[in-house]
Unconditional design. Structure first.
Length: 253
């Protein structure tokens, strides 16, 4: 009798693995939600304790307030990590509708405009006005674009230039986000989309993996080019579904 699994057995094994993976993912999501509740209570009570201690003027109270401040920062760090994890876990089912990629990036850039101005970062837009519509889930895609733009701005602490450019490709549309920031070494660029990988002190390591997961859920691709000390370019490509492509072709005729 052969020990090699047959096609039917492989299918059963794959189905069982997928089921186990989904169960683990659901359990992890439920656990994250359960952790958020007591964490909120801890954070609220630590904040109240800090308010009581700030009025005290003894050396012991000042030492206690310093320790309370550390606890507050770690609570916020855990809160951010849980929020990022839940965002990563939620990228499953998309509500796809025809929409403009230009509109999505415009909204995100407008959101970051005040922060960019404060950091002496100039935002330049080269958005193709004739860009075809694509199928997208606005909330999910905007979340991915927020992660990419946030990453670009954080790479330019001393100011710089952020360029957003959209264009038509052979199979759909694309967005380039180019910053003149610190750039990355090749080793960092190779690992930047791995979950929990981060070069930031308080980074969750889930922002860019979530962005990639969201983009790939749309049938898209994300690519990065970076040079240390020169900046980084993210390119996001999305396919244009056949029926939308046919509609665009008919509109041109």
């Amino acid at each position: 009798m052969s020990d090699n699994p047959t096609g039917a057995n492989l299918s059963e094994i794959n189905q069982r693995l997928v089921k186990q993976y989904n169960e683990i993912a659901q359990l992890a999501g439920a656990l994250a939600h359960e952790i958020k509740n007591p964490l909120s209570v801890i954070g609220m009570n630590v904040e109240l304790l800090a308010e009581d201690l700030v009025e005290a003027d003894s050396p012991a109270a000042r030492r206690a307030l310093t320790k309370v401040d550390i606890v507050q920062k770690q609570c916020q760090r855990l809160q951010n990590l849980l929020d990022d994890f839940l965002g990563f876990a939620r990228v499953r089912h998309l509500d796809l509708t025809p929409a403009s990629l230009n509109d999505q990036i415009e909204r995100v850039l407008n959101l970051f405009a005040p922060q960019a101005k404060e950091c002496s970062i100039e935002i330049v837009r080269f958005l193709n006005p004739d860009l075809p519509l694509i199928m997208l889930d606005e909330q999910t895609l905007q979340g991915a674009l927020v992660n990419l733009v946030k990453n670009a701005i954080e790479a330019m602490p001393n100011g710089g230039l952020l360029t957003a450019r959209t264009h038509v490709t052979r199979t759909g549309v694309a967005l380039d986000l180019i910053d003149t920031g610190q750039g990355m070494e090749q080793g960092t660029a190779m690992h930047m989309f791995e979950t929990f990988y981060s070069t930031k002190d308080n980074g969750s390591g889930l922002g860019l993996p979530t962005a990639r997961k969201s983009i790939e859920a749309h049938g898209g691709l994300i690519n990065v080019e970076s040079a240390l000390g020169r900046g980084t370019k993210f390119t996001v490509e999305f396919p244009m579904p056949t029926r939308l492509a046919s509609h665009e072709a008919n509109a041109e005729n």
